[in-house]
Design a binder for this molecule. Structure first.
Ligand code: ADP
Ligand code: MG
Length: 208
């Protein structure tokens, strides 16, 4: 992971959210307050827009800036959660070029930041249900010697599987938890956006 891939990742997330924001908002209207897509789209579009002006030479600087923009521009639960995640990922990538295993640790640090702030564990029907399997798959592949693109593809596949597995769960964190058993039967919007973020990394890595 270098500065070019970090920029491409954030840019790809912004483009993906432009296409997928209505889907995310539909999911959030079923078990939340219908703002997840518009909020994240605004935040990542703003983050991508600041990057050409950023003077930096590490992926870390790009991702720390991205996290700071998310915290300031995105309301709701997702802004602070993704903001802290990207800042933690960036802090773990303070080098011109990080090997895949270092990116695995950085993504794990992002997961830890979400868990620290949100106190969710797997099965709570949150972003963690996509983030945790995504990180585990990425780590597993890089431990086996896979390159970044291959690890990112496996991580995106695993995150999407985790996303789909939120459908039968009852939410135990965030706004959806207020619905109790009525949250069952709906895919979690945050797990869905996390899967999009992992897929954007795979797409950006494959395009290099
Ligand atoms: P809000 O519910 O404040 O409107 P968003 O709509 O932006 O926030 O985001 C909702 C998503 O945030 C949920 O689908 C869930 O995945 C995630 N989420 C909510 N609370 C938590 C938490 N405590 N830990 C991890 N993720 C959470
Ligand atoms: Mg919401």
């Amino acid at each position: 992971m270098d500065i070019h891939l970090a920029r491409a990742w954030v840019h790809t997330i912004a483009v993906t959210l432009d296409e997928q924001k209505d889907r995310l908002t539909r999911l959030d209207s079923a078990i939340g307050d219908a703002d997840h897509g518009t909020n994240l789209h605004r935040g990542f579009t703003a983050a991508a827009a600041t990057l050409p002006l950023l003077e930096a030479d590490t992926a870390g600087a790009v991702l720390i800036r991205t996290g700071a923009t998310l915290v300031s521009k995105v309301g709701g639960a997702a802004g602070p959660l993704y903001g802290d995640a990207f800042r933690a990922i960036g802090q773990a990538l303070d080098t011109p070029s990080a090997p895949p295993r270092q990116l695995a640790e950085a993504l794990a640090a992002g997961q830890a930041a979400v868990e620290k702030l949100g106190a969710a564990t797997p099965g709570d029907k949150t972003v963690i249900d996509a983030w945790a399997p995504g990180v585990a798959a990425f780590r597993d592949r890089t431990d086996g010697g896979a390159d970044l693109a291959e690890a990112a593809r496996a991580a995106a596949d695993a995150a999407e599987e985790g996303m789909r597995a939120t459908i039968p769960l009852q939410a135990r964190r965030g706004r959806a938890s207020y619905l109790g058993t009525r949250s069952i039967g709906h895919q979690d919007p945050g797990a869905t956006s996390t899967a999009l973020i992992f897929r954007a990394l795979a797409d950006a890595a494959a395009a290099r």
